[in-house]
Design a binder for this molecule. Structure first.
Ligand SMILES: Nc1ncnc2c1ncn2[C@@H]1O[C@H](COP(=O)(O)OP(=O)(O)OP(=O)(O)O)[C@@H](O)[C@H]1O
Ligand SMILES: [Mg+2]
Length: 636
């Protein structure tokens, strides 16, 4: 294959512009040539016309002798009109050319005609005329009408001929208008000047355009080579090389853009995942979280906060915290203070009202949210519901008070019991001394009886307050229930109450202190007997519930009025004349020691039901571990 001529981009551009310049020059020369040809043809026509006229003048002079002046004049004037020649003069120069004689002139008005004509003939022209060659004068500019500004160009045509005498050298000077020729000549000069100027300017413009057009290309090429991006190609293919280089750069940029897009996508996915994780963490927290910006607009409120404060998060977002929490809400005050003073608060106990009027106890901490520059952008509030802890705390406080009271009471009861023993001893002695005094012995017997009642009360009280150690063993609840019922029946000497136990045999075993369990049921049955003075059914059921045995003791007795139902487990609470009010307290204490639970349900006039959840096995940590607590734990 024939190798293809490879040109650089620069060379191609230069050649293109030079060709353009050449084209301009050719056009210019073409125009000049056209003008030249036109001028030549016009001159030729002009010449031919004047030659014809010259010949006519010559013929006339030959035919009509100059002597016949009138006829000659007439003929020549006719010729002037016919041939449209401006003026015809026939001059006789004799043998000298310096002093011509006018033989004839159609321009009678111009006396200086000879001088004017002579001036048009140069010595060289004269020589040529002498040799018989017609001669043209130069273009003469003259006023069309003397005294007026209108001007035109003329030209003389000198035509030499002889008439008769060889000593006469005659010239016919034909003056004719040459405006067209003058215009053409002027046009040629202008065309030459402006054409030349145009070519010169075009040359400058070409160089300027080439350098301006190549400037960015050269810069790109320079930068590319500076950045060592140009691929190893031949210089003839530089433009391809630059284009390829930039194509490569564009491809690389596209590739990098793709990587950036992927990076952005993965980053935004990560951000979304992080935000979802944040949401998940916030919503799975049991503590409430409220986040608001510097202006106090809530940006986040988690589920726990909604539940604790009984709010709706959807309507809270983007609202001001004061609008959502209320102006007087202590949490609002805390946010206020933190934002205003830029000081955080830790574990502050607050009592906060909910929209439904309930109160919750919160432990709240505030924190400041700052940007990278350390500027405050918002605040976070973390709070947990400590209502249960608060309640427990109150219960503990109450129990501590009761324990202290129990300690005091136990000490007092012990002293009273000792004194009571002395009183009974001395009273019995007095009874023996006053054996015969029947009047006083009855009084003494009353003292003894009342003292014994009091002594029993004190014994029971001391029994209640004494430490209880659990001696755990496998206990058949049903067996104990039966035994307790019979003992209560024996003790109260009542046969009008019967026991119904629908529970299955196999589900009755628990790890418990047998004696205490018996004591527990004896007290419950004693109360049931007392509540049913006219007899009735005492029903005990045992059911298994997970790790517990649920024991229900129901009687058909008088029932307990609802207003005292929550007091029956309090020590010393009794509605009975001879009651101590310690029976149910002891029952609750025993059940709690086994880590069980007891509650009562009752309907006045229909009966009472005690429900005990008795653990199959008490937990590892007994309810009371401390001996002091065991002794004085009155309201267990
Ligand atoms: N089964 C029951 N039916 C109706 N009232 C009951 C029943 N059991 C308890 N009560 C009420 O609860 C009160 C407290 O009972 P608790 O056994 O503690 O004391 P008490 O029976 O009054 O006195 P004590 O047990 O020392 O004889 C009773 O006075 C009684 O009013
Ligand atoms: Mg009782």
């Amino acid at each position: 294959m024939k190798p293809k001529l490879k040109l650089t981009y620069e060379s191609e551009l230069k050649i293109a512009f030079l060709l353009l310049l050449l084209f301009l020059v050719l056009i210019n020369f073409g125009t000049l040539y056209l003008l030249k040809v036109t001028k030549a043809s016009l001159s030729k026509e002009f010449d031919q016309k004047l030659t014809t006229v010259g010949n006519s003048v010559k013929t006339l002079f030959k035919e009509l002798q100059p002597a016949d002046e009138t006829a000659l004049r007439k003929a020549l004037i006719e010729l002037t009109f016919k041939s449209e020649v401006e003026q015809i003069d026939v001059l006789d120069f004799g043998l000298q050319y310096l002093n011509p004689r006018i033989l004839f002139s159609t321009d009678l008005n111009d006396p200086a005609v000879i001088k004017k004509i002579s001036e048009q003939i140069s010595p060289s022209d004269w020589e040529r005329l002498r040799k018989g060659t017609p001669v043209y004068s130069k273009l003469i500019k003259e006023k069309l009408v003397p005294g007026q500004n209108q001007e035109t160009y003329y030209k003389y045509y000198f035509y030499p001929f002889n008439i008769n005498n060889q000593n006469h050298f005659v010239i016919a000077a034909l003056k004719n208008r040459a405006g067209n020729l003058a215009a053409l000549e002027k046009l040629s000069k202008l065309e030459f000047f402006f054409g030349g100027l145009g070519i010169f300017l075009a040359l400058i413009a070409t160089f300027w355009i080439i350098s301006a057009t190549l400037k960015p290309y050269r810069e790109i090429k320079h930068k590319a080579s500076e950045a060592q991006l140009i691929l190893g190609e031949s210089s003839a293919n530089e433009i391809d090389s630059v284009v390829k280089t930039f194509q490569k750069t564009i491809d690389e940029l596209k590739h990098k853009e793709e990587i950036l897009r992927e990076l952005y996508q993965s980053t935004s996915e990560k951000a979304q995942n992080l935000s979802r994780l944040n949401d998940y963490i916030l919503d799975s927290m049991s503590s409430g979280v409220i986040i608001c910006d510097r202006e106090g607009k809530i940006s986040r409120l988690n589920q726990a906060a909604e539940e604790i404060l009984d709010l709706k998060s959807a309507s809270s977002i983007n609202s001001h915290y004061k609008k959502i929490l209320g102006q007087e809400n202590p949490l609002a005050h805390l946010i206020d203070k933190t934002l205003a003073e830029e000081k955080v608060v830790k574990n502050l106990d607050l009592e906060v009202g909910r929209p439904n009027g309930e109160k919750v106890y919160l432990s709240a901490s505030s924190s400041l949210i700052k940007d990278d520059q350390g500027q405050l952008v918002g605040e976070g509030l973390l709070f947990s519901d400590i209502s249960d802890i608060k309640k427990l705390q109150e219960e503990i406080n109450f129990k501590e008070k009761m324990a202290a009271l129990g300690e005091m009471s136990a000490g007092l009861a012990h002293q009273l019991r000792n004194s009571m023993g002395s009183i009974i001893g001395f009273t019995n002695l007095l009874k023996k001394v006053l054996k015969d005094d029947s009047g006083n012995s009855e009084i003494i017997q009353h003292i003894v009886t009342e003292s014994l009642v009091m002594e029993q009360l004190l014994a029971k009280f001391l029994n209640f307050t004494k430490p209880l150690d659990l001696a755990l063993e496998m206990v058949n609840l049903k067996e104990i229930i039966n035994e307790s019922f019979h003992q209560t029946s024996e003790y109260t000497k009542r046969k009008d109450i019967f026991l119904a136990t629908p529970a299955p045999e196999e589900a009755n075993f628990v790890m418990a202190d047998k004696l205490l369990v018996k004591q527990c049921f004896q007290n419950l049955f004693q109360n049931a007997f007392e509540a049913m003075p006219n007899g009735g059914k005492l029903q005990v059921s045992i059911d298994e519930e997970k790790d517990f045995l649920k024991v229900e003791v129901s009687d058909q007795g008088v029932g307990i009025p609802s207003e005292i139902l929550d007091k029956i487990f309090n020590p010393f609470f009794t509605t009975k004349e001879t009651g101590t009010g310690l029976g149910l307290s002891l029952v609750k204490k025993i059940v709690n020691l086994h880590q069980g639970k007891i509650k009562a349900q009752s309907q006045t006039g229909h009966g009472t039901k005690f429900i005990i959840h008795w653990p199959k096995e008490p937990g590892t940590q007994p309810a009371a571990v401390d001996s002091k607590e065991k002794v004085y734990y009155l309201n267990a």
